[in-house]
Design a protein around this ligand. Structure first.
Ligand code: FMN
Length: 357
């Protein structure tokens, strides 16, 4: 379903406990917010009352890939499963969109077509799917693999995955179900389609056992920053999340997406690109600055260094922690969005692997 550009979209990336790594240690945080549905409910309802368009729920399929001694000093090792959380949030909100993250590398199209389609029905057509391919060996090792497949392979699977999911959502045509009690005819068999997909990665017969989602296709969201990720986003994405450290990088990303969309035969307005900020909020600028300094003081040096090493894919052991930050050449994997402020992105970058070169 083609969507045309309207006004700007405002989204909030919900992370109870805060994106800043020191935030969970602030006096008014208990750290228990992370596993508390009530906290998510309150944030989503606040966002709705504040007239934002979307709440974004990230997800990953491992605890963070930090050594346990460091992980244990962060508020990052535990989370609620996102699709389940989305279903619950849909029932306590009325208008706001909810973007839920699900991986095409570690699921099956039939499963996600049902789950995300169900969420769209439950929410009355308010769901977006953040299509991710996952990127760490730690995630692969929870699904029977030693290593994460190379990126081109992941995105090729993602494309076929998405095509199959959309095909399944097309099982019932829009007006196929009319529930004629008089005639005893629930739906029109001529407007009901079995998929019979046989491709490189999937063999899916269908039909999907669900009426078409209210939106037809829930909104396809994405945040890939590599060449493959951008190509996938330009071809399929409708709402893209990006983290860029400078206006030039943000412009380059925006242009790559819009050019890619046109190259893929789409109207550039069919895809929206969201830039990101990581605000620290106070009643006054002074109060916000104080809060920021307070959080900075709560950062642990060793955890921060280890996090930065994983995030940027570099070894910082040889550098003096108290010396000025030197010029460091980042490996390609770190460049995509490591260029963004750590903490906004909130996903550690994998160490360089052959496919990231
Ligand atoms: C704002 C933002 C949010 C993201 N959220 C998730 C997430 O929840 N789960 C995940 O596995 N990856 C997430 N990612 C990672 C992207 O899906 C993508 O894999 C990453 O940016 C690297 O790009 P690439 O896949 O093109 O290499 C996020 C990225 C950004 C910029």
């Amino acid at each position: 379903m083609a969507r045309r550009a309207g006004p700007a979209v405002w989204a909030v990336f919900l992370w109870p406990g805060g994106h800043h790594h020191g935030a969970w240690r602030l006096p008014d945080s208990t750290g228990a917010e992370l596993m508390s549905f009530d906290n998510y409910r309150r944030m989503a309802q606040d966002a709705e009352r504040g007239k934002l368009d979307v709440v974004f729920l990230g997800d990953r399929l491992d605890a963070w890939p930090l050594p346990t001694a460091y992980l244990a000093r962060t508020a990052r090792a535990a989370r609620l499963e996102t699709l389940t959380l989305t279903a619950a949030l849909a029932t306590v909100t009325e208008r706001i969109g909810i973007v839920a993250t699900a991986s095409t590398t570690f699921s099956e199209p039939f499963n996600l077509a049902r789950m995300i389609g169900s969420l769209d029905h439950i929410s009355g057509g308010r769901i977006g799917w953040n299509v991710v391919t996952s990127y760490t060996d730690d995630q692969a090792q929870n699904y029977g693999l030693d290593h994460i497949p190379p990126r081109p392979e992941r995105y090729a699977r993602a494309q076929e995955f998405l095509d199959v999911v959309k095909g399944l959502w097309d099982t019932f045509e829009d007006d196929a179900v009319f529930r004629d009690k008089e005639k005893g005819q629930f739906f029109d068999p001529a407007r009901f389609h079995k998929l019979d997909h046989k491709g490189e990665h999937f063999s899916v017969a269908g039909p999907l056992n669900m009426e078409r989602p209210p939106q037809g296709y829930p909104v396809i969201c994405q945040a890939g920053a590599s060449k493959d990720g951008i190509a996938f986003a330009a071809r399929n994405g409708e709402l893209l999340f990006s983290v860029n450290s400078s206006i030039e990088r943000a412009r380059d990303y925006y242009k790559a997406i819009k050019d890619g969309a046109v190259a893929a035969g789409r109207h550039p307005d069919e895809v929206k690109v969201l830039a990101s900020i990581n605000p620290v909020i106070g009643r006054t600028e002074e109060e916000a600055n104080e809060k920021y300094e307070q959080m900075q003081a709560l950062l642990d040096d060793d955890v921060s260094r280890t996090f930065a090493e994983h995030y940027f894919g570099i070894d910082l052991a040889e550098y003096d922690l108290d010396a000025p930050v030197p010029e460091i050449e980042l490996p390609e994997v770190g460049r995509g969005s490591a260029a963004g402020a750590p903490g906004v992105h909130a996903q550690p970058r994998p160490r360089p692997e052959p496919d990231h070169a």
